[in-house]
Write a protein that binds this ligand. Structure first.
Ligand SMILES: [Zn+2]
Length: 176
């Protein structure tokens, strides 16, 4: 009997995005990490708010602009309080927000990402049209990920076999 196996995964980011950029003090490209602290600057009734990153080696800071010249009244109160209190959870949420890095032209260091491929669901159905595995990967951070290792483990195959089956279309990868 043929079957259709469906596997669902989610990419879970364990840490904030690391940033790779030239550090003026170190004189070369280094890794900048999230300090989990904000800087808030008031100018009349306008606010500038940054998330502070720093060079891992010399602690030179890199400010990522969250709000620029924003009216106080247009920032949600709970969020504003979080900025003032350096709320760690809020700092991590922004540290995992791809748009923030794009907006600030900060290059994410994809080599150093700390993420897990977590299995959410596995179902098997009978099928008339041959054996097939459909893998769905929910990737909310739009990461370039290599899920083959996890898929191989869950299917009891080697990574090469998984790649081979992907090429043949017997394992279908869907991203959402
Ligand atoms: Zn440095």
């Amino acid at each position: 009997m043929s079957y259709l196996k469906k596997l669902k995964y989610e990419i879970v980011l364990n840490d904030s995005f690391p940033v790779i950029r030239g550090c003026s003090k170190c004189g070369r490209k280094t890794c900048f990490i999230n300090t989990k602290k904000f800087r808030v600057n008031a100018n009349g009734n306008k606010l500038d708010i940054w998330l502070i990153y720093q060079c891992e080696e010399c602690k030179t800071t890199l400010n990522l602009a969250i709000y620029e010249r924003q009216k106080v009244s247009s920032i949600p109160k709970v969020e504003y309080k979080g900025f003032l209190e350096n709320n760690e959870q809020l700092a991590e949420t922004y540290g995992k927000n791809v748009q923030l890095f794009q907006k600030n032209k900060a290059d994410i260091d994809f080599e150093r990402l700390n993420y897990d491929v977590v299995k959410l669901q596995e179902t098997v159905e009978n099928s008339d049209s041959g054996q097939q595995v459909v893998v769905t990967i929910h990737n909310p951070y739009q990461l370039k990920v290599r899920p083959e290792k996890q898929i191989a483990k869950d299917l009891g195959l080697s990574r090469c076999q998984v790649k081979d089956l992907m090429k043949k279309g017997e394992i279908k990868l869907e991203k959402n």
